[in-house]
Ligand binder design. Structure first.
Ligand code: URA
Ligand code: SF4
Length: 268
């Protein structure tokens, strides 16, 4: 069975090169498959695979990079220090873990917390694809660079964090990774500021095309699955001074962060 046959939502799920068994019937069935998966080298050192956790009917899907030490120990996403910061950020909106579903681009811990390699991301891809199909989230929140690039290969976290982007008929809302926030107070302030726009992202995702400030861009609705370039909703709803001010402030903050050389530290 193909993705398209089972759900008719291939257009939402990403690149056309994504292959693999995609007929898991439930989030729990995906989790069962992940826990015994040996499709890439990351299976060999894991204590626990980390399929994801949260509400199976969540409108918001949060996607990190990959499990770290604590997640590997417990089989749950974001249960270490990054997770604590993520919980604190969500609480300001206010949301809890029960309101969202949290998972990662790769479901097993990369050794020494290194970046996941392209073949590992690709081997793990069908699980995230099917999670997206079954959850059918309105808003996808990416945490950090790797998660953003999974959806928006031309994206730059230093430029795109906190933007409300349209991706097909979902909203893509990129945030810095909480781990970067823990290492750097300026990045943490950006995270705290950006997350406050999550309700706005959700509101935007619920609008029908007729209710939006301007219609979805043609390129975004007609492009082939996976070749979609997210379009900025911010540009479309810039009618109020408040939104304009927010955008301006974010640009200024980015410049400050970059001036401090954070890029060289690998945070951006
Ligand atoms: N960092 C991630 O990207 N994911 C986790 O689950 C934990 C830390
Ligand atoms: Fe399987 Fe993904 Fe774990 Fe690799 S990272 S072994 S593809 S579940």
């Amino acid at each position: 069975m193909t993705t398209t046959d089972s759900t008719g939502q291939t257009g939402q799920s990403g690149s056309p090169d994504s292959a693999g068994p995609t007929n898991w019937a439930s989030i729990e069935a995906i989790a069962d498959a992940v826990r015994v998966c040996t499709k890439c080298r990351l299976h060999s050192d894991r204590i626990n695979a980390v399929p994801g956790d949260g509400s199976p009917v969540a409108s918001i899907l949060i996607i990190g990079e990959g499990p770290g030490f604590n997640e590997d120990q417990r089989g749950l996403p974001f249960v270490g220090r990054s997770g604590k910061l993520l919980d604190e950020l969500l609480a300001t909106v206010p949301l809890s873990r029960d309101d969202v579903f949290i998972t990662n681009v790769v479901k097993c811990r990369p050794p020494d917390n290194r970046d996941p390699l392209p073949d590992e991301v690709s081997a793990c891809r069908p699980y995230l694809e099917r999670q997206m199909e079954l959850l059918d989230p309105k808003v996808i929140v990416t945490l950090g660079r790797h998660s953003l690039l999974r959806f928006y290969p031309e994206g730059r976290i230093s430029k795109d964090h906190g933007k409300i982007l349209r991706w097909g008929d979902r909203i893509l809302f990129p945030l810095y990774h909480p781990a970067a926030g823990l290492r750097n107070p300026a990045v943490k302030r950006e995270l705290e500021r950006d997350v406050l726009r999550l309700p706005e992202a959700l509101r935007e995702s619920l609008m029908t095309p007729g209710q939006r400030a301007t219609p979805i861009g043609q390129a975004n609705t007609t492009s082939a699955p996976g070749s979609e370039t997210p379009t900025s909703v911010d540009a479309e709803i810039s009618g109020t001074e408040e939104v304009d001010k927010k955008r301006f402030e974010t640009v200024i903050e980015n410049e400050l962060v970059e001036e401090k050389g954070e890029r060289q530290l690998g945070l951006l």
